[in-house]
Design a protein around this ligand. Sequence first.
Ligand SMILES: Cc1ncc(COP(=O)(O)O)c(C=O)c1O
Length: 346
Amino acid sequence: MPDSEFQALPGGPPAPLTPVVTFQLSVDGLPGHLWLKLESHNAHGSVKDRTARALWRDVAERIDPDAGIIESTSGNLGVALAALAASHGVPFTAVMDPRSPASLVAAIRALRGHVITVDRPDGAGGYLLSRLAHIRERLAAQPRLVWPNQYANPANPRAHTQGTAPELRAQTHGRPARVLVAVSTGGTLAGFRDYLTAARPDWELIGVDITGSAALGGPPGPRVLSGIGASRPSAFLPGGYRQAVHVSPRDAVGACLWLADTTGITVGASSGALIAAALRMFRAGPGRTDIACLCPDGGDHYRETVYSPRWRRLNGITPTDIARGIHVVGAGRPPVPTPTGTGGAP
Ligand SMILES: Cc1ncc(COP(=O)(O)O)c(C=O)c1O
């Protein structure tokens, strides 16, 4: 496999791995364009497919086919790694926690992955630190086991510097935009930051985290949504990230429900956080009228949580009316710009 994920096909334009859809909005009567890059269209349902391939390439030579690999995951990376491990005949252990969606646990098991659920809270609002402690114990007992370590392996951000970010830029035809990226390990955001530094697209890059997450600095607190946020600062963003916003779970869930109601598209909780942040930015007034969200996964694995009234009631999450005053007035794929001077349609 080549180093870059985003390769030109012989004789043709580069082929994107996932689609972008756009929605034209009326924001209190003013226009706004919401671009959603739907990473659910990756083979195993999330942006973590890209990360998994990059991590696998990085550790492939060290893998002992008897001992196999182990990784901590809230689910998406686990499915993608389980698929790679199964196709190479290598044992894989996913270290998860009680918040991991049952459907993702089932998907990993269906791919012959071994799932360990660590149910000891880590004292920082989640389970991450307990999951990592478990991995260290396993590595001490079985040194031939390989841990790709998505939390610190530079292959994680590189997958996005070389793949996801240039792919999005090509799909938005280089249009200036605010680009919103969700944070957990911080790998995606760090990868986009590195792309911004190297290629200088006319983007304003913003990291979106959930309240109670310490991923971008600040004290950790209780969190109920899976896939976004972390119990400790990101190793890829040790100084945090200057342009960052924190979204409440009520806003994230409110945005998921709004998108489903108005467009029929269901997305996961972290995408909901991105869209909630985007809607607030649109409403805040003058600024960029184009906002692109890198939506990490779809709504399938959130039927028992975000999209379940019972779960919301049990967890005290009353969705906010995040899109008040905002209406979808059009939809489609991104327009292909007409070359200047050729006289497009009047
Ligand atoms: C559901 C979900 N949210 C957010 C993210 C962002 O994660 P990270 O910061 O680990 O790149 C991911 C993974 O890419 C994800 O799968």
